[in-house]
Design a binder for this molecule. Structure first.
Ligand SMILES: NC(=O)C1=CN([C@@H]2O[C@H](COP(=O)(O)OP(=O)(O)OC[C@H]3O[C@@H](n4cnc5c(N)ncnc54)[C@H](O)[C@@H]3O)[C@@H](O)[C@H]2O)C=CC1
Ligand SMILES: O=C(O)CCC(=O)C(=O)O
Length: 469
């Protein structure tokens, strides 16, 4: 590295990118400030080399929906420019903002549709600071060469604990007693209030959250049965049942923990409520599309259900505020809020300090790692590819990150371009129509970089290219 004129390299490279004009193509170079620290770093020869994207401060990250402070700190340490907003943005504003940024961090409310992503000319990656990724058009993002990351289990425990609280609260009508006393009414009753010990909890979706809930529920003396589309090892003495109806027929409490997919839309609707035990309870902390709310309202009014707890809704407000939850949002809201023994929470299943802090660290590290090193491990829409970090002994080495259509003959073409150099390492994988190649090539000088970039840029299958050095 020491033999290279970094300023020129940056300029040359920026020109290459400008010539290339490929969406998502990002020029990269060590920063001047970083280079100033080089002698000290070089003294430990095997230390990992920091491959900075852009020059300092060029990397723009937009964080929406009150993403945790831990993420901001990590991005700030990288030297990126961070813009932080508490709420999500309406589509038109989002389109304006996304034109300019290289990475965006969202939670569950921001809809990154094809229409929005179409304008994301510089976007390299998306961080969902949550579990669910249904708010992002994952296929479209992949086709544009944009990698999407999430946090697959950092808030699972928080959701499971909330559901445990709701099971007891529903069984004891705690929400109603609390509202009554807040308004001065003393209503000491035991009629239709139950212990949960010995009752049956039916869990639909026995993944990270469902299985965690299973363990906690058994510790309180509940019997657990579960239904899942795949066969999953039972924890404790829980039992998998083979049909949804079998679960519904036998459960006192039914809790949903499935992702939003076409198959889970209205998974519980009128026929499913009819199949449930009289006086059963329903809990939905998965996604708002999974339960047909008008049918739930009907089942509650008919006293088929003794109570329900809902954390998620088909439409949710973009930000906190009085009056945000109304018939304007979902037309049945007034009907819903009038029901007894109904716990309504504003999508807070994963909203604990512990979960948010852990998610902030996990997702911002995944994004930084992808931006700085090209490693896509953990991506939900992309081939998972990773190479060891470069170290300071590896002079004149360039890391090629080449995202391309998954069609025959591409690797031959790319390797022909790289073959004048020493290919130290190479890792390539595909995910549906998209493939991703990482290669570390050595014996590369400044003029070679520009040439490599230009040749790769002319390949037909190219989606985007980044070169890190
Ligand atoms: N309320 C909140 O704040 C939160 C909500 N969530 C929601 O909870 C969902 C579940 O989260 P995890 O447990 O981490 O997901 P997971 O992916 O670990 O588990 C989901 C399970 O559902 C099963 N499944 C999928 N389709 C199904 C179907 N049609 N019928 C039965 N089972 C089906 C899968 O096989 C899998 O075992 C997330 O996708 C997210 O939408 C997650 C975190 C917080
Ligand atoms: O905390 C959030 O905003 C979303 C939580 C959630 O639903 C998820 O993690 O999928």
């Amino acid at each position: 590295m020491s033999g290279l004129n970094i300023e020129n390299l940056q300029n040359t490279f920026q020109n290459a990118v400008n010539l290339g004009g490929s969406p998502g193509a990002v020029s990269t170079s060590p920063t001047q400030s970083f280079m100033n620290t080089l002698p000290r770093r070089l003294s430990t020869s095997k230390q990992q080399k920091i491959l900075k994207p852009f020059s300092t401060g060029d990397m723009k990250i937009l964080l929406l929906e009150n993403v945790n402070q831990t993420a901001i700190e990590i991005f700030n340490k990288q030297g990126y420019q961070v813009e932080f907003l508490k709420g999500s943005l309406p589509e038109e504003e989002l389109i304006e903002k996304i034109k300019d940024v290289h990475a965006i961090g969202i939670r569950s409310k921001t809809k990154l549709t094809a229409k929005v992503l179409e304008h994301a000319k510089n976007l390299v990656c998306i961080g969902c600071f949550c579990i669910g990724t249904n708010q992002v058009d994952l296929n479209f993002a992949a086709k544009k060469g944009i990698a999407v990351f999430n946090s697959p289990f950092s808030n699972s425990r928080s959701v499971a604990e909330l559901v445990i609280a709701e099971i007891i609260s529903l069984a004891r009508q705690l929400g109603d007693r609390s509202i009554e006393l807040h308004t001065g009414t003393w209503n000491k009753v035991s009629n239709k209030c139950w212990e949960v010990r010995g009752k049956t909890l039916g869990i639909i979706g026995y993944g990270h959250i469902g299985s965690q809930l299973s363990v906690l529920a058994e510790a309180m003396g509940l019997h657990v049965i579960y239904y899942d589309i795949v066969t999953i090892m039972a924890l404790g003495t829980a039992k998998q049942v083979s049909t949804l109806d079998e679960l519904l027929n036998n459960s006192d409490f039914v809790s949903l923990h499935v992702p939003e997919t076409p198959e889970t839309k209205n998974l519980l609707s009128a026929p499913q409520f009819a199949a449930m035990k009289d006086g059963a309870y329903v809990i939905n902390a998965s996604r708002g599309t999974v339960v047909d709310i008008p049918s739930l309202i009907a089942a509650m009014k008919a006293k088929k259900l003794a109570g329900a707890a809902i954390d998620v809704y088909p439409a949710e407000p973009r930000k906190n505020g009085v009056g945000a939850f109304s018939d304007d949002l979902n037309k049945w809201t007034s009907d819903l809020i009038s029901l007894p023994n109904l716990i309504l929470t504003p999508h807070i299943g994963g909203s604990t300090e512990e979960a948010q802090s852990a998610i902030g660290i996990e997702v911002s590290n995944a994004l930084s790692n992808y931006i700085n090193e090209g490693n896509s491990v953990g991506s939900v829409n992309f081939p998972e590819v990773s190479l060891k970090a470069l170290n300071y002994d590896q002079e004149n080495t360039v890391r090629v990150l080449y995202i391309h259509q998954n069609i025959p003959g591409v690797l031959r073409t790319v390797n022909n371009i790289l073959s004048n150099h020493n290919i130290d390492k190479q890792f390539s994988d595909s995910h549906g129509d998209i493939a991703y190649l990482m290669a570390d090539i050595s014996s590369v000088d400044q003029s070679d970089i520009k040439e490599i970039y230009e040749k790769l840029n002319q390949t037909d299958a190219k989606i985007s290219i980044r070169l890190l050095y």
